[in-house]
Design a protein. Sequence first.
Length: 212
Amino acid sequence: MKKVLIAFSLILTTICYSQDIIVKVNGDSISSNINEIGIDKIKLHKFNNPNGPLYIIDKKDVIKIIFNNGEIEDFVSFNKEKKEINIVEVKEIIIETINTYGYSYSSGKKYIAEFEGNYLKLTPEGNLENRKFTISSYYYDFTAVCHFHKLSERENGVSFVNVYVPLSYKRENEKMQLKKTNNKLVIKVDGHKNGEKLREALINYNSFFQED
């Protein structure tokens, strides 16, 4: 009986160590046979179907891999570095898209977009005596959980990006303090593709703060 138990234990150990375990950010674990670990992607076959389809997952969605030999590769540092790079890129996409195609929903005036820290600052343009002046500036805090509506596509290629941002502030001029508002952020965008691009960039930007 003792020999049988030892043999079973050895078989069980072999089974456990013949698979690679991928632990994801959302807590899921995937039993797999890893085919390739690239710069940003991981290619794998599922352990219970080694001859089946090849799956590809993003490194940013992975916390660690426990290899079949017992070694562990930690992706926390990698994801932190990629996150710092990507958040800059996403900010650039948001600013460029709004400054090129974005307008205030209420006034129809062109938006000037920039970031102050984590706040997205939007300032509608105006004209007084042939000179541009600041009507007001709005600051939107995307560090909280935001709710994104489906892109509203209208005629003539116009679309509207609708986002509920729990914390937003308004400043009428440089001397006044920021005042909290409950306004929903609605941006008019020229072009349906540009609207979807902006919506996705805002969703990605918001997601950075929800992963911590």
